[in-house]
Design a binder for this molecule. Structure first.
Ligand SMILES: *Cc1c(COP(=O)(O)O)cnc(C)c1O
Length: 378
């Protein structure tokens, strides 16, 4: 038998990948209720996004409104969302422009779609900031080189490494000026913070249910789009008029979709607390830095719960410790704190999303304790 996983029950989990995907109790019940194969298909109208029972169609309408876009559809994840868009609106060998803080899934989706990628540079160490105006320079470069504007402009709204939040409206405005369709990759932003796609001038928003919409039971993502793209993205199979070709008829059918729906009321509520989440992350960052020999990288003051630190202090301890880099993971685990990479002490990646102030204080106190115990500074 596979042992039950008790991370959220028994530990404080700092894993930045996981904090936004923790499923509330009521949605866990829904997940179980739809765990049987094709359980979404009792009243199938021919394709998933038109389903009335369970009310997937209505849910998607609400999601589109929530993001202030026109249409929303389900995908298996954010990466699949990006691939579907790329394949639908570009042709192989065209060039797209992306930020250099992109996720690897942007690269592999572009690769699979046969696209050339040109990157907008970041400012380098220590902030690694993406400047919106550099999108204009990069688009100009592409125009000069290929004789046409890029087929797509993609921005990672909040990147997965530094947790930098980019001014998407400014990038959207530049893309619009050049007539370049704008894809906002909101894997780390939508579901955590308020997003107004219209204000940000996004043609497409891609989301990750298991990353940021409290829908961890499986894999699920969203494409939200402007009306004018609907025909291209939803183009039907030549043989089955009701089956969108890029979606292979239906995407995620079962527990994943239903968990996303069941968690949605909570998600709508939790985004209202975003400024508190940012305050918490800033507080945590300052506390970590006050240990000395720890520095937060990326944007400062920070505007997201994902934090990356460089940690020479922790690395110095590793060099003298018999467990080497593993001491930190082991010490934290003993104190019921998990989610940092075993063996790594040069840097730390973590998220404070939805942690209580007491839990964050507990984590800080224990970092302090571990450092005092092992660095001999007591
Ligand atoms: C996590 C992440 C993804 C991948 O999301 P999936 O839903 O697992 O495909 C894509 N982009 C960014 C920026 C991410 O952080």
């Amino acid at each position: 038998m596979i042992k039950p996983r008790m991370r959220e029950e028994l530990y404080i989990n700092l894993n930045p990948l996981q904090r936004g995907g923790i499923v509330p109790a009521e949605a866990r019940k829904t997940a179980l209720a739809y765990v049987d194969g094709y359980s979404t298909c009792d009243y199938c109208p021919g394709t998933l996004h038109l389903m009335k029972k369970p009310p997937i169609q209505d849910f998607l309408k609400e999601v589109a409104e929530f993001l202030n876009m026109n249409t929303a559809i389900l995908t298996h994840g954010c990466r699949e969302a990006k691939l579907i868009i790329m394949r639908s609106i570009t042709t192989p060998r065209q060039t797209i422009v992306v930020d250099s803080n992109k996720h690897y899934t942007t690269q592999v989706a572009a690769e699979l779609a046969g696209l050339e990628m040109v990157e907008v540079p970041n400012s380098g160490y220590p902030n690694f900031a993406i400047k919106p105006e550099d999108y204009a320079n990069t688009i100009e470069q592409v125009k000069k080189k290929t004789g046409e504007p890029p087929a797509l402009g993609l921005l990672t709204h909040v990147d997965w490494l530094y947790g930098n939040l980019v001014d998407a409206a400014a990038v959207g405005e530049i893309c619009q000026e050049y007539g370049v369709p704008f894809l906002l990759n909101a894997a780390y932003s939508s579901g955590r913070m308020p997003i107004d796609g219209n204000l940000l001038r996004a043609d497409f928003i891609t989301c990750s249910g298991h990353k940021s919409w409290a829908a961890g039971a499986g894999t699920v993502g969203i494409i939200a789009m402007k009306k004018e793209w609907e025909k291209k993205i939803m183009r039907p199979s030549g043989h089955y008029k009701v089956k969108p070709l890029e979606l292979l008829g239906c995407t995620t059918r079962g527990t994943s979709a239903l968990t996303l729906m069941a968690s949605f009321p909570r998600v709508k509520e939790r985004i209202k607390n975003w400024s508190e989440e940012v305050e918490k992350a800033r507080w945590f960052s300052a506390q970590m830095e006050s240990l000395g020999g720890i520095r937060q990288l990326g944007e400062k003051p920070h505007c997201h719960d994902l934090l990356r630190f460089e940690t020479p202090l922790l690395n110095r301890i590793a060099q003298r410790h018999k467990r080497r880099g593993y001491y930190l993971y082991e010490e934290l685990r003993e104190r019921k704190i998990v989610g940092i990479k075993p063996g790594r002490t040069k840097g730390l990646d973590l998220s404070t999303y939805q942690l209580k102030k007491e839990q964050m204080s507990y984590v800080i106190d224990n970092f302090n304790d571990i450092v005092n115990k092992l660095s001999g500074r007591n």
